[in-house]
Design a protein around this ligand. Structure first.
Ligand code: JFZ
Length: 429
């Protein structure tokens, strides 16, 4: 039995740990310069120049129905999209700002269309909401994020009122969780440096829960959508741990209690989150599949990102990457949905991963490198009734203890091994 118990959290994570695979979408003005969603800070772009993106924002080919179809085909069961990223630009029609998509040539509430499109394809819907805001007049600039020189930051911060900004966030979260029906995930991003600076020094430190007034913010969210899954990036622990562009090699545990936690790796196809035209670091198909398998083999979820172009479509590289998942999930999704880390005592051989159905009845062996014809599975003797390839359901013969092969008789045998007989040449699926 693999009924792992993760620590109790306020939201409902039962569907989440079953579904395992979601789509992340980073869309905003930064799709226009097309060189990283942090471009404003990275290149110290002036407000005046950045305003050109606002003035010309017009995703005429914005078609979240098409994205939803591709996400569904890829086997993704939920989606999280940026409603506002660090640049502060809102993709929804907020009462509390003019810096929103409805005031650009686009003229639309993009979040409304997004929610409707994904919901009608049967995916659960989540909102990413940036705590950091490089545009809001009350958001104090830190010297760390974005990196500005200290004198500038000090001067620009005069008169900025973090309480007002915290209230703005509560107001917007209220809009987001009131106007779009049931929302399943709220993905806040992010706290940094953890500590809260005191008095005159506050501008030097990063920002954390006290700055966001995170307790109130979370209470606001929960009062509107009690079951919603909230991540931990407000600097207050909620439902979800979110290792970023990092693949855990074992189940993520709570740093203090050691309990197993609900976790979700977020990953990119190419490196940046926003559309980056010239990026040359797109991951290979093998790596995409391995990231998903590895994640579930460690008891986690994978949130895989796409960054639509400024005209609002997914470019061919992103579509091809989604197709990799679609082709694989068509035959192999049974080893992902409802699966988790293999039960204690079952350890995969080299270059392999196990995933196991939550009821323990099925164990899936994933081969990252195709082995020679005999594959030893340590400790598995006596535990397997029947073996088959997953892709075509064809039977795989096996033996226990000793290989039934005359050349192998001098090998050291371990009676607890199960030995699978694989075809010498990897079958194509
Ligand atoms: C943040 C954003 O800055 C980024 O643009 C993207 O939206 C991503 C999903 O989240 O990036 C982070 C946040 C936290 C860490 C690193 C990058 N971290 O804790 O190491």
């Amino acid at each position: 039995m693999t009924s792992y118990v993760t620590c109790q959290t306020p939201g409902d994570t039962s569907w989440f740990t079953h579904d395992r695979f979601g789509m992340f979408i980073h869309f905003g003005l930064y799709a226009m310069p097309a060189r990283h969603e942090w471009v404003k800070t990275n290149e110290k772009i002036s407000e005046e120049h950045y305003d050109l993106y606002f003035k010309h924002f017009n995703p005429d080919l914005y078609d979240p129905k098409e994205w939803a179809k591709q996400a569904k085909a890829a086997g993704m069961k939920y989606v999280v999209m940026t409603t506002k990223h660090h640049e502060g630009f809102c993709l929804f029609d907020s009462k509390y700002t003019d810096y929103k998509s409805t005031n650009t040539p686009c003229g639309k509430d993009l979040i409304k269309e997004y929610v409707e499109a994904f919901r009608s394809e049967g995916l659960r819907v989540g909102f990413y909401y940036s705590l950091i805001d490089w545009h809001h007049p009350d958001f104090p600039i830190d010297t760390l994020h974005p990196r500005r020189d200290d004198a500038d930051a000090l001067q620009q911060n005069e008169g900025r009122d973090m309480h007002k900004y915290a209230e703005y966030m509560r107001n917007q979260v209220t809009e987001l969780l009131t106007n779009y029906g049931k929302i399943d995930i709220l993905w806040f991003d992010f706290s940094y440096d953890g500590q809260d600076g005191e008095g005159d020094q506050s501008w030097m430190k990063g920002k954390g829960k006290n700055d966001w007034e995170a307790e109130k913010l979370i209470a606001t969210a929960r009062s509107l959508q009690p079951d919603i899954i909230i991540d931990n990036r407000t600097d207050i622990e909620q439902d979800l741990w979110t290792p970023e562009q990092y693949q855990p090699v074992k189940w993520v545990t709570h740093p203090e209690t050691g309990e197993l936690v609900t976790w979700e790796a977020c990953q990119t196809f190419s490196g940046s989150w926003g559309y980056y035209r010239d990026e040359q670091t797109w991951k290979s198909p093998e790596m995409l599949i391995r990231m998903l398998v590895n994640t579930v083999s460690c008891g986690g979820n994978l949130l895989m990102n796409v960054g639509p172009t400024s005209r609002g479509y997914l470019d061919s590289r992103a579509e091809d990457a989604l197709k990799v998942y679609a082709d694989w999930m068509k035959y192999n999704s049974r080893s992902i949905y409802g699966c988790t880390m293999a039960e204690p005592g079952i350890t995969a051989p080299a270059d392999c991963r196990y995933t196991q159905s939550a009821d323990g009845s099925r164990l899936y062996l994933h081969l990252f490198a195709y082995p020679f014809a005999h594959l030893r599975l340590p400790g598995m003797a006596g535990k397997v009734e029947y073996a088959q390839f997953l892709h075509d359901g064809s039977e795989l013969l096996f033996t226990e203890g000793a290989i039934d092969h005359f050349s192998a008789k001098n090998e050291t045998e371990d009676s607890s091994d199960l030995i699978l007989y694989l075809p010498a040449v990897k079958p194509s699926s």
